[in-house]
Design a protein around this ligand. Sequence first.
Ligand code: KG4
Ligand code: ZN
Length: 367
Amino acid sequence: KLQWRVLGIESSCDDTGAAVLRGDGKILGEALASQAGIHEQWGGVVPRLAQEGHRKAIDETVEEALRRAGISAAELSGVAVTVGPGLGLCLEVGVRKALHIAAEYRLPLVRVHHMEAHMMVTRLPQSPTPAEGFCGPAFPILTLLVSGGHNMAVLTRGVGQHVILGSTIDDSIGEAFDKTARVLGITQVPGGPHLERLAKDGDPKVHPLPKPLSKTRDKVLLEGCDYSFSGLKTAVRTLVEKELPSSKAAALSEEGLRKAQADIAAAFQKVAVQHLCERASRAAGWALELEPCTKWLVVAGGVAANQEVRKGLQEVAEEYSLQMRCPPPRLCVDNGVMVAWAGIERLVLGLYEEPPSKDGADNHVEI
Ligand code: KG4
Ligand code: ZN
């Protein structure tokens, strides 16, 4: 098993990722084709365009991962692919490719849940030697998934055994970062990392913004682990309309405008992170009640790259004596490595499908 070579394919959103991992977690080869630049003018990921991007990139990305690993597809032990959640049109491209390879070389096929992959990649052994085994977080694990598509607090008892403690009732935190970035005139997609950069130059105290779910009459929402970011996003929009209408913005110097935008970005980020941490803190309490031996807090998904998010959640972890683990930034975003690793963990447990038939008659993986 330690010598297995598993190909992982990711195509759920706007990045085409592929990687070949050895059974012990060593990354043999990886490749990522980003669609940065394609969706900017539309202000968000356009499914049809993203699908086209994946179609153009998929063969070359998989080949590059194999080439870097120094092996051919015939030498693989299995293929893992993200089957959801994500954009159906995009997932389909990766799934087709995986089915094709698995059928061609008679390989077991592993369906991978995108969120499980984001979380499991933290269990990837850092310096694998067979004797060490897994040196990543052990189950049970409390995971916060903070990405563009999802915002969840999950208690994981084992592979595929998840209890969702809280999720967003409207936007995800990544979405809120991206939409707020747009309101602040940031044109790059996704805007989240650019908003973080802008916020570094701002003073969060200039504009107090309302704390999400602090005034709801719904007791479950008030006292629970769920998230809400759309009210905050709207509050920023209203603030920008009031403080920085185009007439006022035009009158400011470039520097003055940037400072005004930075103050708003900082105010947004502060409240968003506070909300995330308040709810994460409750989720930690709930997780420890359900599984008192929980020792790990995993923070995964694109927003885990945000320094303020990390700082805030580190404090939560310390308060509950949990050890926090985030994937390295390179593995925080969508990538093939996390899919291959989640695939290996599933293969070990026998959670795979027999090779699909070559004629394609029964080749159907539900997305
Ligand atoms: O996990 P991911 O790559 O894709 C999925 O959504 O599944 O996450 C992308 C999200 C985007 O919303 C992006 O703006 C956000 O993560 N993001 C950040 C930062 N880096 C990425 N948000 C805030 N600060 C960052 N540094
Ligand atoms: Zn993702």
